[in-house]
Write a protein of this length. Structure first.
Length: 190
């Protein structure tokens, strides 16, 4: 980490630190969150961070996680091609998982990060496609109701849609679903 050496810059930095409290957003739920740094990153970088969070978490639980090798999936988890969707909690209290496509993957992991909590849902691709094209539980992202290129899923973790509940929720529930989809029993020693 860079160190400030100039005494005048040090003084200005100290004054800046004192002033920052005056300008802090009142009631900001992300203050003090270990995940707050993610909010300042551009969308594309947030997606990569989500992929790395999932890869690290699953590897720590003993899953074999590798890169997929092409752009149709983000990772291979226990040999299953996996798409990873990531969202931080939006102001309205929901996660929005975006850019679902009909590509070559076996299942999707949706990781949602709140200031002091996290949620995970893991769904087979067949379920994603059925919920998008048949039951319309996922909305087309572009082109309105006729859009066919990408879809998105909005989830309020305090009121999860009934159809989605069996696919996860808290991290342990999401981990259980990843285990079910891959056939691997994770290491749950804490």
């Amino acid at each position: 980490m860079a160190e400030i050496r100039d005494p005048e810059v040090k003084m200005l930095a100290a004054i800046s630190a004192q002033l920052s409290a005056d300008y802090a957003v009142q009631g900001d739920p992300w203050v003090g969150s270990p995940f707050a740094w993610i909010l300042s990153k551009p969308s594309r970088q947030k997606g990569a961070i989500g992929e790395r969070l999932i890869a690290g978490w699953l590897a720590a639980r003993g899953f074999n996680v590798t890169r997929a090798g092409d752009s149709d999936a983000d990772r291979c988890i226990e040999g299953k091609r996996t798409e990873i969707k990531f969202s931080t909690l939006w102001a309205g209290g929901s996660y929005t998982f975006q850019q679902f496509r009909d590509q070559r993957y076996d299942f999707v992991i949706c990781l949602g990060i709140s200031p002091f909590d996290a949620h995970c849902w893991s769904l087979p691709k067949t379920e994603i496609m059925r919920r998008w094209h048949e039951t319309k539980d996922l909305s087309s992202q572009h082109g309105g109701a006729q859009g066919a290129d990408t879809a998105w899923l909005k989830v309020n973790p305090a009121a999860v849609q009934g159809w989605l509940a069996p696919f996860g929720g808290g991290l342990r529930a999401g981990l259980g679903q990843v285990s079910k989809l891959t056939g691997y029993t994770p290491n749950l020693k804490d």
